[in-house]
Design a protein around this ligand. Structure first.
Ligand code: FAD
Length: 460
């Protein structure tokens, strides 16, 4: 009989185990992971001198709890901030890449919007704040505040890039709670930025760059790849990690949980932390509590495919002087965006070569999963070539297919989450954590996992 069992060994489950000090309590705690490796969507391949991340390629260095985790794992020295030159970002429009206009002066000059679209952006401070706490899509919010053209050009591709989602379907207060707060508290985005600047100066805080989505943070990874984080967590937690244990069924007796994997191995535990994707949790709980299973199932996921390619530098004509580019849906392309990985982190490609990670699919194009590897590369090549000029075949190509890649916080997500939490609370000793509830980023996962770890000590 265990004290605690964690289901799922992605960053969420591993962080709970780490924060609760489980590595020192073998026999009392275990973490069961379905695959023969831990890390979930975090992984790094080493291919012909390239270091290739499977899913996430970094986190913003603005979350103290992630930096605390990095420190506790002795990885502070290994942190690798993005090259400052990669702050420049591009948007593809009409067959060309245009820099994102981050200042009013650049907004005046950009070819991404026509005169009316620009004028509408500058009217943002005059748009009255929306009353009430009702849900609103990210797209409707943006169209209301900065106009439809700017919403289609800037916000729609940003939502595809971060969530693999469709801006018209996703919930603003769930995906970008800070933006909602900026409107309700200050009356608008520009007003909020000005007011916050004053507040910070009054408080004597150092001046930091930031956008409407929140305080600035610098994209940061670890030298050699993000999987270093997972390797360290695995080393520390080795005594309690059990790989290849795909949980099939959860039941509860009067005082404890009984959990069985698909080979029939059974374990009993006083506390259970579900840190796997919600669709997996739904399957495990169907026989025990079908209402709870349905509540897990109600959170949808979007597919996303990452195509990582390496190229000789001279085979690409674009200067690659930035982070990469995103593609608005209006452009009719299947590529959601392409990250110039070796412009952001130079050591991700050997000298004289470059690495790209391009994304396809998302909630708006699930049929992309049907494309073969060759078709994926043909599609990409056709769409990338006019934008950045690709002369020859890539030196390597790796394709990572995430069939259910990123949870979608669709309209009504707050209610779905609240219902789920109510149903979970009916069961003593049951906890949930992961990317499907409060945020999909690594920082969000670490924050929620630490909160759950502290509840494990204090509740039940
Ligand atoms: C392509 C892509 C790019 C991304 N880029 C970024 C980025 O740049 N920055 C960022 O901050 N975030 C990014 N994210 C999001 C971030 O990577 C994830 O939200 C985060 O890694 C999720 O961690 P998790 O532990 O909650 O879930 P997961 O990583 O999904 O881990 C869940 C674990 O549960 C296991 N499991 C499933 N079923 C069972 C079962 N039946 N029994 C036991 N175990 C089970 C799985 O095998 C898996 O290991 C990206 C995501 C994707 C897909």
């Amino acid at each position: 009989m265990l004290d605690t069992l964690i289901i799922g060994g992605g960053i969420s489950g591993l962080t709970v185990a780490h924060a609760a000090g489980m590595g020192k309590r073998p026999g009392k705690c275990e973490l069961w992971e379905a695959c023969d490796r831990v890390g979930g969507t975090i992984g790094t391949d080493r291919v012909e001198g390239y270091s290739v991340d499977w899913g996430p390629n970094g986190f913003l260095d603005r979350e103290p709890l992630t930096l605390k985790l990095v420190d506790e794992l002795g990885l502070r020295e290994a942190l690798e901030p993005a090259n400052p030159l990669s702050e420049k970002r591009f948007i593809a429009k009409n067959g060309r890449l245009h820099p994102v206009p981050f200042s009013p002066a650049k907004m005046v000059k950009t070819a991404l919007l026509g005169p009316l679209g620009k004028a509408r952006v500058f009217c943002e401070p005059l748009v009255p704040g929306r009353r009430g706490d009702g849900d609103e899509s990210v797209f409707d919010f943006a169209a209301r505040r900065i106009g439809r053209a700017a919403a289609e050009t800037f916000v729609d591709p940003m939502v595809s890039g971060v969530f693999g989602g469709v801006a018209r379907e996703l919930s603003l207060p769930s995906c970008f709670p800070i933006m909602r707060e900026m409107e309700t508290r200050y009356g608008g985005l520009v007003k909020a930025m000005i007011a916050r600047g004053f507040e910070k100066r009054r408080a004597g805080a150092p001046k930091k760059k930031g956008g409407p989505a929140g305080p600035a943070g610098r994209l940061t990874s670890l030298q050699t790849g993000l999987d270093l984080l997972i390797q360290r967590l695995e080393q520390e937690l080795a005594p309690v990690i059990r790989k290849g244990r795909r949980i099939a069924r959860i039941t509860r007796n009067d005082d404890f949980w009984e959990v069985a994997d698909d080979s029939g191995t059974v374990v009993q535990a006083g506390k259970l932390v579900i840190a796997c994707p919600t669709y997996a949790a739904a399957g495990m709980l169907q026989d025990f509590d079908s209402e709870l299973a349905d509540a897990f199932e109600a959170i949808p996921y979007a597919p996303i495919i990452v195509v990582a390619t390496g190229h000789r530098r001279e085979d690409v004509t674009h200067p690659l002087d930035g982070f990469g580019f995103l593609v608005p849906r209006t452009q009719g392309m299947r590529t959601l965006g392409s990250i110039w990985t070796s412009s952001i982190f130079a050591a991700r490609a050997p000298e004289g070569y470059v690495q790209f990670r391009s994304m396809l699919g998302g909630a708006g194009d699930p049929a992309v999963l049907e494309l073969s590897d060759d078709q994926l590369w043909e599609t990409l090549r056709r769409e990338l070539d006019p934008l950045i000029g690709i002369r020859n075949d890539p030196t390597f190509i790796r394709i990572y297919r995430w069939e259910k890649g990123i949870p979608q916080f669709k309209l009504g997500h707050r209610e779905r989450r609240a219902r789920l939490e109510r149903l979970v609370a009916r069961h003593p000793g049951l906890f949930i954590t992961g990317n499907a509830y409060y945020g999909v980023g690594l920082n969000d996962c670490v924050k929620m996992a630490r909160r759950v770890a502290s509840q494990l000590d204090s509740r039940n």
